[in-house]
Design a protein around this ligand. Structure first.
Ligand SMILES: N[C@@H](CCC(=O)N[C@@H](CS)C(=O)NCC(=O)O)C(=O)O
Length: 224
């Protein structure tokens, strides 16, 4: 795992909410090494090791942790569970890519390494971010406390880290100002004890250069 990773923080939030003690192993210096690839053949984080059982992919990890340790963060109702999975999938497909992978990388990760932002990547991401935020604002229109109503679920923990990294960019900060329901939801989430604890772990690393991200300019950056 590396300290400021959005997906790593989803797992940290879920473990912390469930009061499961865990050791955090920072893989940043080893990313892409044979040792890391033996744990994650797609060269990503997080990876969970629970008593010798290893698994990667954040949704698989979170669902495993949820079944292994209470209290449940999945609705009992089948349809509500389907909606939770809709959120989990939407984070990977429509929220994280444009908010974190494109905008935050261009505005935060690359500048911290002295690499100039690619404005074409930013311009491509912004309207897509607006759509995703509008969808979320609308889902919260029913006066829902959390994304699925009254119950805090994995959906909330999946969305939060991506929105937090969005909020740290100038454009994201502005876009969030005009979405009061998302803002209120974020405030409720920020008040969760697990969130306070996890942000305290992450805070010292914010703004630190992510050295291995230098090569993302070649490997990850979209070409428009
Ligand atoms: N589909 C993966 C995505 C994980 C992912 O993209 N993690 C990022 C950190 S947020 C990563 O490992 N980046 C390192 C890299 O791309 O070199 C999951 O759900 O776990």
């Amino acid at each position: 795992m590396f300290p400021i990773s959005t997906f790593v923080n989803i797992v940290r939030l879920v473990l912390t909410h469930k009061k499961v003690a865990f050791d955090f192993h920072d893989l940043e210096p080893e990313m892409g090494s044979p040792a890391h690839l033996s744990l994650h053949p797609f060269n990503r984080v997080p990876i969970l090791d629970h008593a010798g059982f290893r698994i990667y992919e954040t949704s698989a990890i979170a669902l495993y942790v949820d079944e292994a340790f209470g209290p449940a963060l999945q609705p009992r109702d089948m349809r509500e569970r389907a909606r939770m999975h809709q959120w989990i999938s939407a984070v990977s497909s429509y929220y994280y890519p444009y908010m974190s992978y494109h905008l935050s990388h261009e505005r935060l990760i690359y500048p911290a390494l002295g690499i100039a932002s690619d404005e074409k990547v930013v311009a491509h991401a912004l309207p897509r971010i607006a759509i995703a935020l509008d969808v979320m604002e609308c889902e919260l229109c029913t006066d829902a406390v959390y994304l699925l109503g009254d119950q805090l679920t994995l959906a909330d923990f999946f969305v939060l880290p991506t929105l937090t990294s969005l909020s740290m960019t100038p454009e994201g900060h502005e876009m969030l100002k005009t979405r009061p329901r998302i803002t209120a939801w974020r405030a409720r989430m920020e008040a969760q004890p697990a969130v306070t604890k996890v942000w305290a772990m992450v805070a010292p690393h914010i703004g630190e250069p992510v050295e291995h991200a230098r090569k993302w300019v070649e490997t990850h950056r979209p070409q428009y």
